[in-house]
Design a protein around this ligand. Structure first.
Ligand code: ATP
Length: 222
């Protein structure tokens, strides 16, 4: 069976912190595809100002273009709001009945898992691959992991082949890698402070941000 991964997020904007750890995960697990799914109306960002979906999607299309195995999907576009990851994953699974699914998430997101809508259902839809963020890992992350999930945790070394999981088990892989300490908030803050982001995002994304004047002021361009 092919291994297919999905990375959901706001991607406001996509940056190297999304891409570099995902390249590591794709190599380690041998993913045939990694599908980036921008959130249409993420429940945890209600009330905050985001760049329009069309811009976030366009920047992801540019960022994933150089990678043969990376794709962007508009699976959440036009769905009833807010858009929940569990519904996205269920729909994705319907489109991929013959693939083994992996859901990638940063360790900050994983530490908040129990706040996610129907999280108990989500963890049974795909294996999780937790990417290391500088803010939380190790004992601290373990302490945030619900008791019921602790037996599913498996630590994985970057670039070391991962064997197929036992049938029916849904595992939670902790990918051991150097954190890449960039976030979209940092990118937005730097732009607002007039600092460069050119080495923190792919060049095409940088050009898009500048061209449409994203994040510099309240307006998000045309
Ligand atoms: P913000 O700062 O606006 O909250 P973000 O960059 O932390 O944004 P998203 O764009 O929503 O977050 O990220 C999508 C997914 O990618 C999340 O699971 C997040 O944890 C993960 N992610 C983001 N940045 C990194 C990074 N530097 N390393 C590993 N995972 C990351």
């Amino acid at each position: 069976m092919r291994r297919v991964a999905i990375l959901g997020g706001t991607f406001d904007p996509v940056h190297l912190g999304h891409l570099i750890p995902t390249v590591g995960a794709a190599e380690t697990f041998g993913f045939s595809q990694v599908v980036f799914v921008p959130a249409y109306d993420p429940p945890h960002k209600q009330g905050s100002v985001m760049a329009p979906y069309s811009h976030r999607f366009a920047m992801l299309a540019l960022a994933t273009q150089p990678y043969d195995r990376f794709f962007v999907s508009d699976l959440e576009l036009g769905r009833s709001r807010p858009t929940y990851t569990v519904d996205t994953l269920r729909e994705f699974a319907r489109h991929h009945p013959n693939d083994t699914l992996y859901f990638l998430m940063g360790s900050d997101s994983f530490s908040q898992l129990t706040t996610w809508h129907r999280w108990e259902e989500l963890v049974d839809l795909a294996h999780l691959v937790v990417l290391r963020r500088a803010t939380i890992w190790g004992e601290e992350l373990l302490a945030c992991t619900p008791e019921v999930l602790r037996g599913r945790l498996v630590s994985v070394t970057l670039f070391q082949q991962v064997p197929d999981p036992p049938p029916a088990a849904k595992l939670i892989y902790l990918l051991e890698h150097e954190p890449f300490p960039v976030s979209a908030s940092l990118i937005r803050q730097r732009l607002q402070a007039g600092q460069t982001i050119s080495e923190l995002v792919p060049p095409e994304v940088h050009r898009w941000v500048v061209k449409y004047g994203l994040y510099h002021q309240v307006s998000h361009g045309c």
